[in-house]
Design a binder for this molecule. Structure first.
Ligand code: UT7
Length: 374
């Protein structure tokens, strides 16, 4: 969806959106797509690149603010469709910082020895929670997903440092009023700009917060890793607004080109924005094995997170598999049929129970009881 497309139904212009945000277009999920289907595709693409089987995954973390349900988790849906039969799965809610939080959680689990391989997914369908009459927010977001595979490896590097932060006092600055443990009608701020199930944001305040925390948290993460900004090959930031990145570059005293930016083509995809930009940078050869890079996310909570990573790829002997791609495809098929069959059988059982006369059921129970007595 281009800015032009937007200006057909909302009072905005391509010129305003490009000059204030750097965004030119965004992708919108089709009616059949959901946060889980997008996340599944991203996870499958990541497994292809890592060349591992879904049965080798120990943990799936899905960072999202737009899950299909409160529960089951989107991660569990993806786990079932992948056929990751021996994997744990959970959703992580840290808004636009979620991916960096997720990578940190997976890294700690691998370092502790409790797991060997994790998939971290950032996936969102913000188009479903946007108020399409609010030009202050609906022009900013898009749908998308990205994923990475993390694994224990003999290659030196990986995550060198993480800084995870939160300031919940700014929780009123952006969010989505929705079904939960709070009586929504009791929220004093629920008004025209705070609609049930729709995202609201105080853009100006979030802008100021973002420009402050990017520089601060990257500097802290670099200090912990024992590196300086000159050691970084690239910074992959959350893709909210090009002006935020320009301000951060000024505060870090670095050239803007160190930041990987693609918000012009995807807009703000929240937890998915960092993995999408990361994957593009790797595919373009901008990030190579051995490079030091940084991630920085910021958003609702308020939450923010920075991380320094030495980009490493395990050697082929640690991951070489025969016919892995074909085996993955077979496992996906089996997983899909397993989900479908299980659900269909449960539905069939429900129907049979509903049409069976109650008396017949009681008689069967009595017969079973008599038999067991005998
Ligand atoms: O992922 C979570 C993190 N989120 C962010 O980081 C978002 C941070 N905030 C921002 O990126 C910016 O604050 C926005 C892009 C949301 C807004 O940019 P701004 O430069 O702060 O604009 P503004 O809200 O101060 O609005 C300036 C003017 C207003 O008109 P008046 O009152 O000056 O007459 C708005 O009504 O621009 C108007 N405006 C628009 N005009 C055309 C606001 N939205 C639009 C629009 N098209 N879409």
């Amino acid at each position: 969806m281009t800015n032009q497309d937007l200006s057909a139904f909302i009072d905005t212009t391509d010129e305003w959106i490009v000059s204030r945000t750097g965004i030119r277009e965004r992708h919108i999920a089709s009616d059949k797509e959901t946060t889980a289907t997008l996340g599944l595709k991203a996870a499958q693409a990541a497994l292809d690149i890592a060349d591992i089987l879904p049965t080798e995954i120990d943990l799936i973390i899905c960072a999202t603010s737009t899950p299909e349900y409160i529960f089951p988790s989107t991660a569990s849906l993806i786990q079932a469709w992948l056929g990751a039969s021996t994997s744990g799965a959970f959703d992580l809610s840290a808004a636009c910082s979620g991916f960096v939080y997720g990578v940190d959680m997976a890294t700690q689990a691998i370092k502790s020895g409790s797991i060997r391989t994790a998939v971290v997914i950032g996936t969102e369908t913000f188009s479903r929670i946007l108020d399409w009459t609010d030009r202050g927010t609906c022009i900013l977001f898009g749908d998308g997903a990205g994923a990475v595979v993390l694994t224990a490896s003999s290659v030196e590097g990986g995550v060198l440092s993480s800084v995870l932060r939160s300031d919940g006092s700014g929780g009123d600055l952006l969010g989505v009023p929705s079904v939960g443990s709070i009586d929504i009608s009791s929220i004093p701020t629920l008004d025209e700009s705070h609609k049930m199930g729709k995202m609201f944001m105080n853009g100006g305040e979030v802008f100021k917060f973002a420009t402050r925390v990017i520089g601060e948290s990257i500097t802290q993460a670099l200090d912990i890793a024992g590196l300086t900004i000159a050691d970084l090959k690239a910074i992959v930031p959350h893709q909210a607004n090009i002006r935020i990145i320009q301000a951060a570059a000024r505060s870090l005293k670095v050239d803007e080109s160190i930041f990987v930016c693609n918000m012009d083509r995807y807009a703000n995809t929240s937890a998915a924005s960092i993995p999408i930009a990361l994957v593009e940078a790797v595919q373009q050869g901008r990030i190579k094995p051995g490079d030091n890079i940084a991630f920085v996310g910021f958003g609702g909570g308020l939450s923010w997170a920075a991380m320094v990573v030495k980009w490493g790829v395990p050697p082929p002997e640690e991951r070489g598999r025969v016919l892995s791609r074909q085996r993955r495809q077979v496992l996906y098929r089996v997983a899909w049929w397993r989900v479908l069959l299980g659900r269909t059988l449960r539905q069939l059982n429900d129907v049979i129970n509903r049409i069976r006369p109650e008396r017949g059921r009681m008689e069967r129970l009595r017969r079973n009881y008599d038999r067991s007595e005998r």
